[in-house]
Design a protein around this ligand. Sequence first.
Ligand SMILES: *Cc1c(COP(=O)(O)O)cnc(C)c1O
Length: 425
Amino acid sequence: MNYQYSAEFAREMDEKDALSHFRDRFLFPKVNGKDAIYLCGNSLGLQPKSAKDYIAKELTNWAEMGVDGHFHGEDAWFFAKQKSKPALAEIVGAHEHEVVAMNNLSVNLHLLMVSFYQPTKERYKIIVEAGAFPSDQYMLETQVKFHGLDPEEAIIELKPRDGEHTLRTEDILAEIRKQGDSLAMVNMAGLQYYTGQVFDMKAITTVAHEVGAYAGFDLAHAAGNAPLSLHDWDVDFATWCSYKYLNSGPGNVSGVFIHERFAERPDLNRFAGWWGHDQDLRFKMEKGFIPMHGADGWQLSNSDIIGLAVHQASLDIFQEAGFANLRRKSEQLTAYLTYLIEEISGNSGVLEIITPKNPAERGCQLSLLIHRGGKAVFDEWYKYGVVGDWRNPNVIRLAPTPLYNSFLDVFRFAQILEQSLKKFA
Ligand SMILES: *Cc1c(COP(=O)(O)O)cnc(C)c1O
């Protein structure tokens, strides 16, 4: 497509965009009294206007039914988790019995390790990308220690080649093959939070399986953003959060994927709770854990109904928009942002896009490595209403999300970028 640096062009693109009306379903924060140019859905998605009504409905159910709300009415809380399954299955490319909404992301990472990390003398290593999100690093470090192993030896961190910012698939696969029989699992991000790179989850899973290891992914930045086919890729397990691209509110419920080949594996280690116990027998209150079929068998606690209500408000919008449509728009929005940044700051020496150019290797987020000006560049943009985020040591992340961002948002950012270069170039 021939992109142009003009407001007319951006407006035309918005007029042609069949999804543009979804913007009105969200609440935009203000910066210095003006609507923000919100490019931070990678960190916290915006609030759907409908969230209030979904919450109000549950508060009414609770007020009117008290404890009977667990089993009565069309929204019986006992079955609350079932509602999110169709949308979650579509978003991550899974069967409904392979997904469940529960707990929080870091908690789920630990729970999945209980099932999928069973180190032996020979097979105990874990491959992860260097510079993984801190929670994931701490999780791996403490899990390895929990098994009496040395993190320095058991955790293999993959670094980009000298002079490069992202990992090459061939290098990831070569390392998996090299570790061979000593490799217990690959446990990487699906979309790397700092660089915005999407890893080739299918190839990684295939090669991990070839050497007899598991492959699991943290999809915090991929769910609701990048195309995923977890079932067909044969991924063993995955988890994500709902408050980034899934717009479900700060700290809201996480989601888990467990491939169906583990659906009837009651022998697989797990830390159990009553909500993972056979639903029909749950209220017999008897001894002896019998897991539910599929991902449901990993649940521990009864659901946070208010949190799930907000989650559902957002998932219903995703279903209505259709993930394939969102992705199509997303590729265009991010290509437009790429075009404008290169057009305006190409030779300035101030910044450089380190996210891969190939659409298959990125979601909507672009990571800009700041060579000159440091965080002052970010602060300058913020002054004019750009909400992105700064990540130490020197990256600004901008994520135009297809549900609520417009081409005009991207154009307005470009104007602020041009202005700011006068100061930093
Ligand atoms: C956002 C994010 C987290 C956050 O974990 P919580 O348990 O939800 O606080 C963890 N890992 C990655 C990769 C993330 O991007």
